[in-house]
Design a protein around this ligand. Structure first.
Ligand code: FNR
Length: 383
């Protein structure tokens, strides 16, 4: 690996990695990664609302060494930052899932593997350093569900994340203009660009022993339409509270529900024993009228604090943004695009560099604010 300081001098911010990524990856892949939905209003609002959170510094505290470590749901992490699940990460660069998992393990932070990643649970399992989380798009079929949970557990993923904010596929106009249409998880354009392997990995590796017979008939079929049908019939479903209760009963590890924007939904999670509530508007990719996730964060914290951990994502592009979210009451944050820009720009080095930039910037923000620990940050938040 090139010296991190030399790389940092050249690419001091996540935006520099994004600019390089844009030049290096195909247009359709860039649009998939960088876009929101509709007119990108919710995505732009995330950035604008984060920038409005101001931290009033306090001085005359002598020398301070900021401590960024955090214990979340019983696990210690070096930083309150994780890598959010990103479907088809391998589309941005072949093998990017493993690059990111390795960078996360090295930084002492969680890598959350997406259900619809281009690498399987077993491929990523050896690389997340025991800190990995697994994100679930809810299978309809109970056999598949049980099987995927068992596989995640066997691959060392201790935290399960149920994503609930996709009641229907979003229209994602920018992606469509670029030639992608991901209506049922897989698109013809995407497959023709990236070779068939990841698609078959999705249809087969992510499916279960329990339904091997069902899957076998699809794995033999070589046409895309059958893969698509597989997803629609067996994988995608809109979960309800009974589904959350089922997961709570079946999954022995930490359970997180991702995509919460309403205090009432947060409350309903907390009363069902959900360990972590992940406040997110999916990075502005689902519903263009959604609020900025940072704007609803304090209300949710107020409602469930002390009962469930509150986790935040959507719009984080710097360590300062992490400090802002912590100041607004989040216990932990995740970023999606920031890490992907890194991997797309400079592959393994870029994955490490993105984590390094966020960590250094967070430490600096804490020093500027006069916060020695993460728990000191809320004091500096101006309402
Ligand atoms: C996502 N996100 C996402 N979430 C999820 O639960 N499962 C998934 O498969 C995906 N896929 C995905 C693909 C791409 C290209 C992006 C950018 C995002 C949402 C992701 O986990 C996270 O919520 C957002 O990325 C957070 O916003 P920022 O950090 O990208 O602004």
């Amino acid at each position: 690996m090139k010296s991190i300081t030399r790389l940092e001098d050249r690419y001091p911010a996540i935006e520099d990695l994004a600019r390089r990524a844009k030049r290096r990856i195909p247009h359709f892949a860039w649009e998939y990664l960088d876009s929101g939905t509709g007119r990108d209003e919710a995505m732009d609002l995330n950035a604008a609302a984060l920038a409005k959170v101001r931290l009033r510094p306090e001085f005359l505290k002598g020398d301070q060494t900021p401590d960024t470590s955090v214990t979340l749901m019983g696990q210690d992490y070096a930083l309150p930052i994780g890598m959010a699940p990103v479907g088809m990460t391998g589309l941005m660069w072949p093998g990017a899932e493993i690059m990111l998992a390795k960078a996360a393990a090295k930084a002492g932070i969680p890598y959350c593997l997406s259900t619809v990643a281009a690498a399987s649970i077993e491929e990523v399992g050896p690389h997340h350093g025991g800190l990995g989380w697994f994100q679930l798009y809810p299978p309809r079929d109970e056999g598949l569900r049980r099987d995927v949970l068992a596989r995640a557990r066997d691959a060392g993923f201790k935290t399960l994340v149920l994503t609930v904010d996709i009641p229907a596929p979003s229209r994602r106009e920018r992606q469509r203009r670029a030639g992608l249409s991901i209506q049922a998880g897989v698109s013809k354009q995407m497959l023709s660009h990236i070779a068939l392997r990841p698609a078959w990995a999705l249809a087969t590796a992510q499916s279960g022993k329990a339904t091997l017979a069902t899957v076998a008939q699809y794995t033999k079929a070589k046409d895309l339409e059958t893969v698509r049908k597989f997803f629609v019939e067996h994988w995608t479903c809109n979960p309800d509270w009974a589904y959350v209760e089922w997961l709570r009963r079946e999954w022995g590890g930490n359970l997180v529900v991702k995509g919460i924007l309403s205090p009432d939904d947060a409350e309903a999670c907390a009363t069902r024993g959900v360990d972590g509530i992940w406040v997110s508007n999916h990075g502005g990719r689902q519903f263009d009228a959604a609020p900025a996730a940072i704007d609803v964060l304090p209300q949710i914290v107020e409602r469930v604090a002390g009962r469930s951990a509150v986790i935040f994502d959507s719009g984080i592009r710097s360590g300062l943004d992490v400090a802002r979210a912590i100041a607004c009451g989040a216990e932990f944050t995740f970023a999606g695009r920031a890490f992907l820009y890194g991997a797309a720009a400079l592959q393994q080095d870029g994955a490490h560099l993105a984590a390094h930039i966020l960590a250094e910037d967070l430490r600096n923000a804490m020093k500027q604010a006069g916060a020695e620990t993460l728990a000191d940050l809320p004091r500096s938040r101006m309402s």
